[in-house]
Design a protein around this ligand. Structure first.
Ligand SMILES: NC(=O)c1ccc[n+]([C@@H]2O[C@H](COP(=O)([O-])OP(=O)(O)OC[C@H]3O[C@@H](n4cnc5c(N)ncnc54)[C@H](OP(=O)(O)O)[C@@H]3O)[C@@H](O)[C@H]2O)c1
Length: 322
């Protein structure tokens, strides 16, 4: 597994990171589905161990994934995986608890302590603010940053991260929050990383970047033969494309074309989808969701950026699918 320097953190992390949102299992917040169906603790644990064995030593979780379930699963692994070999990231921000805002300073402080306890660690390597909604006039931002600076001084976190589904929001707030790492949504269909100005900010400030949902939750693999509804509690039910026969057929054709073009690679489609994101991000890694051992074994063959000619071809192919 190739290592990348995660920007000015100076830490060398695996170019492919292990995403564990699905390890939280199915979940609803009110009527909104926000989890993943089909989770199994044993399978998820086997995926994490295989990821480590394959050199995937950057792991990403959050307080809200299964309301701490994903963090607890990871925290239960340190007798099989040496803690010091994992660059461990978690997040706060999507569950306000009893407070009037997600980023109330007391909530941020409490959630960090909970994450440390669930993860059974004294220090989190990278602690993200999970989204960029800091209230009217961003009034909760400074308080959250202050709590995290104190936590850093106390040795509870090493680096600060900022995440969002919108690269535009990240580009607006990164100059003020000054995170060492940003975590934007990015894949070959949804890609405003450069156009938003975030890429320029990352380069100017030597930030690390971790792209999430590179497969658009599995959709872009072209593996769905039929329009699909998932069991209750699965966020993929909120994405129309999983039920759109024409989109699914197009993505299957993309898969066949990539399998022909990148036939020399053991995982052509995964390589196309992840290698394209790594190609223009020298301080970047890709967070790939791995819920079973086979996913981690496949992921361990990835991590190299696409060559320029393949990159242009792949971008054109998938943008037509968008
Ligand atoms: N900061 C944020 O707001 C945010 C938001 C989203 C995600 N993230 C992070 O980014 C990570 C990755 O994103 P993601 O989980 O949304 O999705 P993703 O990486 O785009 O897709 C992962 C899913 O694709 C399928 N898959 C993966 N490898 C496969 C393989 N080799 N063969 C067949 N299917 C495979 C699996 O689902 P099936 O087996 O069910 O098909 C897997 O759960 C998350 O786990 C999380 O850590 C962060």
């Amino acid at each position: 597994m190739r290592k990348v320097r995660l920007g000015r953190t100076g830490v060398e992390v695996s170019a492919i990171a292990c995403g564990t949102w699905a390890h939280g299992g199915p979940k609803k917040v009110g009527r909104m589905e926000v989890g993943w169906s089909g989770h199994d603790d044993e399978r998820a644990t086997a995926a994490l161990v295989a990821a480590w064995e394959g050199g995937i030593t950057h792991w990403d979780t959050a307080d809200v994934y299964g309301d701490g379930h994903s963090e607890r699963l990871i925290g239960g692994l340190w007798d099989r995986v040496p803690r010091q070999e994992i660059f461990l990231a978690t997040k706060v921000g999507w569950d306000p608890g009893p407070y009037e805002h997600f980023y109330h300073p007391r909530l941020v402080a409490e959630r960090l302590e909970r994450s440390l306890a669930y993860l059974r660690t004294e220090q989190v390597d990278l602690y993200y603010l999970h989204h960029c909604d800091f209230g009217p006039d961003d009034r909760y931002l400074d308080g959250a940053l202050e709590v995290l600076e104190r936590a850093r001084e106390a040795g509870k976190i090493r680096f600060l991260g900022l995440s969002d589904w919108s690269s535009e929001k990240l580009a607006r707030l990164a100059p003020r929050a000054r995170p060492e790492v940003v975590q934007p949504y990015r894949n070959l269909i949804d890609d405003s990383y450069a156009a938003s100005g975030l890429k320029a900010w990352v380069e100017e400030h030597d930030a690390g970047v971790a792209f999430f949902s590179p497969l658009r939750h599995g959709l872009l693999l072209g593996k769905y033969e039929q329009p699909t509804r998932f069991p209750e509690g699965d966020h993929r039910n909120r994405i129309e494309a999983f039920r759109d026969a024409a989109v699914l057929a197009h993505l299957r054709r993309c898969r066949e074309a990539v399998e022909r073009r990148l036939a020399g690679h053991p995982e052509p489609v995964l390589q196309a989808l992840t290698g394209a994101l790594l190609a223009d991000a020298p301080t970047g890694c890709v967070l790939l969701g791995m819920r079973r051992r086979q996913h981690a074994l496949a992921a361990a063959t990835l991590g190299e950026p696409l060559a320029a000619a393949d990159l242009a071809w792949v971008r054109q192919l998938y943008q037509a699918a968008g």
